[in-house]
Design a protein around this ligand. Structure first.
Ligand code: ADP
Length: 525
């Protein structure tokens, strides 16, 4: 049916109304045609077809309007032909021309208007579906989301700025009501299901204001206000909220501020509950610290033979000097100069013994480690001295070579010493089956190409089997009967935490080679 094509289906009004309009337009066209053809009215009567066109524009499609225009123009020409035949009448021709022009312009305007309306409808539909999509994402997201109106609070912050406030934190300190006032100025437009759940399964009405959920000592809200005050485009911070049942939750807050200030009335706030994650991380840190301490205790245990030997020497000397001192005192008269010399020696040896004990105690203490500048060659020598009795007992040759111009590193002495003790102990144990004359630990100290200083520890043991090589830095990897398999794993994580590294390989000439890189400046945790 042509009418289906000519009548606009999208904008169909009620069928009766449509038929009425079209019938009226048709009657009007007929009347105009009649008056124009059969009466002597000398005016551009044909321009009245414009009304017909305008009336039917609402109901017709673009094609229908074009057809209607063509009909109106043909009717105008027919009227002219019927009234004037072939006699040229300038006034009548001008009237016809005016009428045809009016009809055509009206047609063009109707079509333009029609197209603009269609575009508007399309645009509205796109907007609506985008809004629906946004709503679906908002509602169904597992992330807690709020839509909040920040326009009032922003205006108030900007007012403060224009009044000369520069440091908002100081202003907040001086004005105790500031935070509560800001919170009151932020109404919630909407909150999704996840948001209601984070607050402790509250109803949508109770999620309106954040006042009762923000912990009193929480600084995050002020940080958020500062971000708006400073015109930041984004805010992210960790905060504490108190849920409806009184439990405390740690949350990560993210807010993206709109570029266009007029859109501050619809700001999306995202909140992630990170309580579990933070607790797990805290437990992990505690476990790591305990493990590090336990492994240090184990390291000290490994040193006990050396320590006993080290302590024996000054303690023995103290006993001998005390006996000598006693003899000088028993003389008549007492030889006070000799007494004083013996006392000096006793004091010196006591100091040595106490130094040894102190360095052992410091390995076990929980005190926060201190970064200090040190020479790695000195540290290697000190550690060798500490382990000398173990090395001697196992008939191991120890050699150190240092490349020229090696600078000091800033590191934590006790940590590096623990790594060295671990590497030396492993090397000593690995060489148990090596012929005595071949047992050797070679330490090299050289620059590591801009990354820091490389310390290599090479032994003449059997080296590392492919299986061990693959797993040796993993916890509990051990081939020893009484081994824990934690030493190297802890050494590596300790070095990595400070920006260094620890690697192992088999030396082409035989034996295992462990290489640690110590950065010039350690990372301070
Ligand atoms: P543990 O000494 O308690 O076994 P480590 O983590 O210090 O723990 O060492 C893990 C394993 O790596 C050792 O059991 C051993 O098999 C191997 N290993 C370590 N150092 C050497 C070495 N210098 N030569 C050969 N094997 C080694």
């Amino acid at each position: 049916m042509p009418s289906l094509v000519l009548v606009n289906p999208k904008r169909r009004l009620s069928a009766r109304y449509e038929i009425g309009i079209l019938s009226f337009a048709f009657a009007l066209a007929t009347t105009v045609f009649y008056l124009d053809t059969f009466t002597d009215i000398h005016s551009a009567l044909a321009t009245l077809y414009v009304i017909t066109l305008l009336l039917s524009a609402e109901t017709l499609t673009e094609r229908g309007t074009l057809l209607m225009t063509a009909v109106c123009i043909v009717l105008s020409i027919l009227s002219y032909a019927a009234a004037h035949g072939t006699d040229a009448d300038l006034a009548a021709i001008l009237r016809l021309t005016v009428a045809v022009a009016a009809i055509s312009i009206t047609c063009a305007l109707i079509i333009r208007n029609h197209r603009a309306r269609l575009d508007l409808i399309k645009f509205n539909a796109a907007l609506q579906s985008s809004e629906e999509r946004y709503r679906t994402i908002f509602e169904q997201s597992r992330v807690a989301l709020w839509e909040r109106d920040y326009s009032e609070v922003r205006a108030s912050l900007m007012r403060l700025k224009s009044q000369g406030v520069v440091d908002l934190r100081a202003y907040a300190r001086d004005n105790p009501d500031f935070i509560a006032d800001c919170i009151a100025r932020i109404p919630t437009v909407a909150a999704n299901a996840a948001a209601l759940e984070v607050l402790g399964n509250v109803s949508a009405q109770n999620a309106g204001s954040m006042r009762r959920y923000i912990a009193h000592d929480d600084e995050t809200f002020l940080d958020l206000m500062v971000a708006i005050f400073d015109n930041q485009s984004y805010f992210e911070g960790k905060g504490t909220i108190i849920t409806s049942d009184g439990t405390t939750k740690l949350v990560l807050l993210t807010v993206g501020f709109p570029v266009d200030v007029s859109n501050f009335n619809r700001v999306i706030v995202g909140m992630f509950d990170i309580t579990e994650r933070e607790l797990a991380q805290k437990a992990l840190f505690e476990a790591q610290a305990e493990l590090a301490l336990a492994s240090r205790a184990a390291t000290v245990g490994a040193l006990s033979a050396s320590l006993a030997h080290e302590l024996n020497q000054p303690l023995g000397a103290i006993v001998v000097n005390a006996q000598t001192l006693q003899r000088w005192l028993d003389r008549d008269p007492p030889d006070l100069a000799a007494v004083s010399r013996s006392a000096e020696r006793i004091a010196r040896d006591s100091q040595r013994a106490s130094d040894i004990i102190r360095s052992t105690r410091s390995m076990l203490s929980e005190r926060a480690p201190v970064l200090e500048a040190m020479s790695l060659a000195n540290l290697v020598n000190e550690t060798q001295a500490l382990m000398q009795s173990e090395l001697s007992k196992n008939r191991i040759t120890f050699e150190t070579s240092e490349a020229p111009a090696i600078t000091n590193v800033t590191a934590i002495r006790i940590e590096l010493q623990q790594v060295l003790i671990n590497l030396f102990t492993n090397a000593i144990q690995a060489m148990a089956a090596t012929p005595e004359e071949l047992r050797r630990i070679s330490v090299t100290i050289e620059p590591a190409g801009g990354q820091g200083i490389r310390v290599g520890v090479l032994d003449t043991g059997p080296g590392l089997s492919p299986e061990v090589l693959k797993n040796l830095f993993k916890p509990f990897c051990t081939t020893k009967k009484t081994g824990l398999g934690m030493g190297l794993a802890i050494c590596r994580s300790m070095l990595e935490a400070r920006g260094g590294s620890l690697t192992a390989s088999n030396h082409p000439g035989g034996g295992a080679l462990f290489e640690m890189i110590v950065p010039m400046e350690a990372v301070h945790e």
